[in-house]
Design a protein around this ligand. Structure first.
Ligand SMILES: Nc1ncnc2c1ncn2[C@@H]1O[C@H](COP(=O)(O)O)[C@@H](OP(=O)(O)O)[C@H]1O
Ligand SMILES: [Mg+2]
Ligand SMILES: [Mg+2]
Ligand SMILES: [Mg+2]
Length: 399
């Protein structure tokens, strides 16, 4: 390259190397975008290696936080006591592990990323734990969090008090939105699956200006493969999926370090497709997905599993389609889809609402979707959209 002046363009901003470089690195990171380069002495494109890759630090912190939270959840799921499970005001279950996982993730992110603006939109809040009746549960959660931090084998973690745990949980009170950076956390997605001893996930995403730019899914009970694809077959369970915008999706064993890039399946014949849906019929209409499957000619029975583990499994090609049709009146939340959606899209898949619109994470806690959420690969999406439209029209005319 010799003494060529290196210029790089970042969404319309051109800067030379030198002192301006550092300034632009910060802009790149802030904007979470790709960089194109040109040299003043030759027309061929140059490869510019930026030392601080966008969201590299955030990804490392998110993986660490989700892995530790998964450890806490595994401990609780093994020895789940009836007294560990509570009902929230909307009658949905919450356990000491949901609270403990939220406290841990919040604590680790704040500690690992001290210089960043800190905002988390998370599912749980400390309201019930602050009541007289919540004191025993709060003590148990605090013990769990401290035990998990201690098992990290580092003295550098201070012992947290019950007040610290309440404060860490309440860090998750942010409303999100289209401005700035927000973590989006579901400390246990699939709590009903967790309580049953089945699938669940710790789901952590990062929003930048309303778009998901990073996602980590820790799935402690997910085998190395499910469904018909035997590519990853093994008896081991526990998978960590992660994706950064523009960088692909990777999977590693939970607690492991060897990562493999994953891709959605490339099936183009719907008859060969297999289909994921919620285990809980209350969360998604099994009748509607069965009608869609029939229209597509899908032969295999649906694979019903809890949580965003479905997104993880789809991202590595275990199945081809994920359908989610909540019953009337339910509003989807961003933490149920943020991490999962980037894990699938970076693996080459598409996530839309039932009308084919992209999901909009910029509107606060809720995702306003048209009728439901559908996920598949590029090749199957057109026929899936047609089948979904027909099935929804038939349902509407039968009412
Ligand atoms: N009536 C309902 N309809 C649709 N989704 C619901 C629901 N009640 C709860 N959920 C959501 O479904 C999520 C679990 O999804 P899945 O069915 O894929 O396992 C729950 O996440 P939590 O377990 O984090 O509360 C919850 O947010
Ligand atoms: Mg959830
Ligand atoms: Mg949850
Ligand atoms: Mg819940």
């Amino acid at each position: 390259m010799g003494t060529a002046t290196l210029w790089w363009r970042v969404r319309g901003i051109s800067v030379g190397v030198g002192s301006e470089l550092r300034l632009s690195e910060a802009r790149i990171r802030k904007r979470g975008i790709s960089v194109s380069t040109r040299s003043s002495c030759c027309s061929s494109p140059l490869t510019l290696i930026v030392s601080s890759m966008p969201y590299e630090k955030e990804l490392a912190a998110a993986k660490k936080a989700a892995t530790l939270a998964a450890r806490l959840c595994q401990k609780v799921q093994k020895a789940l006591l009836q007294s560990d499970v509570h009902s929230k005001s909307d009658k949905s279950p919450v356990t000491v592990a949901d609270y403990g996982s939220q406290a841990l993730v919040s604590f680790i992110l704040e500690r690992e990323l001290p210089s960043e603006p800190f905002s988390i939109v998370a599912e749980e809040d400390s309201g019930d734990l602050r009541k007289e009746s919540g004191q025993e549960t709060l003590k148990r959660i605090t013990e769990l969090v401290n035990d998990t931090l201690a098992s990290e084998g580092s003295d550098s973690f201070p012992s947290l008090t019950t007040e610290d745990v309440l404060a860490a949980i309440d860090n998750g009170k942010s409303e999100g939105g289209s401005v700035g950076q927000h973590w989006v956390l579901d400390p246990i997605d699939g709590t009903k699956g967790f309580v049953r001893g089945d699938q669940y996930a710790i789901a952590l995403g990062l929003l930048h200006e309303g778009k998901v730019v990073l996602g980590v899914l820790a799935c402690p009970n997910l085998p190395a493969s499910i469904g018909s694809n035997q590519q990853h077959s093994s008896n081991e369970v526990g998978c960590l999926f992660f994706a950064k915008v523009g960088d692909g999706t990777y999977m590693q064993a939970l607690g492991g370090s060897t990562q493999t890039r994953v891709h959605v399946c490339d099936i183009d014949n719907p008859e060969q497709a297999s289909l994921f849906e919620s285990f809980e019929a209350a969360h998604s209409s099994h009748d509607l997905s069965s009608s869609i499957a029939k229209k597509l000619g899908v032969k295999a029975p649906p694979v019903r599993i809890d949580s965003q583990a479905k997104y993880g499994a789809l991202s590595r090609g275990d199945g081809a389609i994920y359908l989610r049709f909540p019953h009337k009146g339910y509003r989807e939340k961003i933490w149920d889809h943020a991490a999962g959606s980037i894990v699938v899209t970076e693996a080459g898949g598409i996530v839309t609402d039932a009308a084919g619109n992209p999901l909009d994470f910029s509107k606060g806690k809720f995702l306003d979707v048209d009728s439901g959420i559908i996920v598949t690969n590029q090749k199957l999406m057109p026929s899936l959209l047609r089948a979904v439209k027909e099935a929804l029209n038939e349902k509407a005319s039968s009412l």
